[in-house]
Structures are given as structure tokens and as C-alpha cells.
Design a protein around this ligand. Sequence first.
Ligand code: SF4
Ligand code: SF4
Length: 206
Amino acid sequence: MAVKVVQRPELTFWEKTYLPQIYCGLKITFSHFFRNLFLHIAHSVGRLRHLRAGVTYQYPEELRPLMSRYRSRHRLTVRDDGTPRCVGCMLCETVCPARCITIVPGEHPDPNVEKYPVRFDIDLGVCVYCGYCVEVCPEDAIRMDTGILDLAAYSREAMQLDIHELMDPELRKPIADCSLEFPHQCELTGGQMKGSWSAEPAADEP
Ligand code: SF4
Ligand code: SF4
């Protein structure tokens, strides 16, 4: 097999100084800077509005506006009484291509509602944000409209959302002692879990 030897090109004196490359980079940077400065000043006095100027969002203090169809962190919608709308049909778990949804359905005490999710977990570390779970749900019980984008965590476990966090997007880990029996007494208020998830009300609850 023939081997083609490619010689390393010799740099010229000016290329070795990197001054031409620095000059080219600064020329591009300053051309953008002065163009945007000029256009923003023109826009402020109502001129040249048909020309778009660059916009910098001061993230994380200032969040970029999201499109209404943007798929952000999941949430479970709730009924008027605060219980999840989900009827445990398992369609979302079945359709999920990443297999990151885990549902354990239970029999609902209301005969008009067949089932409810005893457990509903989503592993965001595995989710590919395809939105299939939202599309397939017959009850509009799961949505991806929280607008929450800061999903980074220090561990894989922290990327796993349970039913508490899905029902209240403000809620953060950890909730480790949930027995998830129905009907539970817990309330999610101001990002804090109140009460107990056992069938009996907690001692400090009214
Ligand atoms: S967005 Fe897609 S990958 Fe993520 S939980 Fe829903 S179906 Fe699964
Ligand atoms: S979220 Fe919707 S699709 Fe998934 S189990 Fe509940 S009702 Fe079924």
C-alpha cells in the first residue's frame, strides 16, 4: 500500500508571530461590536428597525424567552383535589424510546377512576426530550412546559424525578422516605413536603 507523506508546511516569519491572526480576530470582534452598537442606538431612536442587532442575555439572571412548544422539564398535572390526573395507563412508559419512565399503577379508591400512579419516576439523565410521553398521554396528565432548563446535578440519583417533584416542579430532592400509599396526606407547599405519605395523617397534622 502506497504511503503518501505530507510535509508540514513551514510558517512564515509573520505567521510565527501570530500578529496577523490576532489582527483578523480583533477585526471581526470589533466589526460586530460597532455594528451592534450602531444598530442599538438607531433602534432606540426608532431607526433601522428592519435590521436585527445582536442580543446578549445575562444568563442565569436573565433567561432567554422560550417558544411555547419548547420541551423543558416534565411535570404531572393535577386534579382540583390535588391528586395526579394520571390514570396509570402505562402508555408513556411503553412509548418512551429511552425507557426512562417507571410507573407502578395502583387501584384508585374512586370507582370512576380506574387507576392512579403509586410510583411515577423519570430519569432525566437518560431522557432524550423527544416529547413522545406528552403526545401519547390520553389524559393530558404529563407536560413538558415548566420552562425549567437547569437540570444539572452532582449525581445520577439527583437526576431521577419522583412523583413529588413531577407534581410540584418547585420541589427539590431529597424525598427518601415516601411510602406512596393511597390516599396520602402529604401536601406540597412552597417547595416543601408537608405531612406524611402514609395512609394515616402525621402526628403534627390537623
Ligand atoms: S421525553 Fe421522550 S425520552 Fe423523555 S421521558 Fe418522555 S418519552 Fe421518554
Ligand atoms: S402520564 Fe398519561 S400516558 Fe402516562 S401513565 Fe399517566 S395517563 Fe397514561
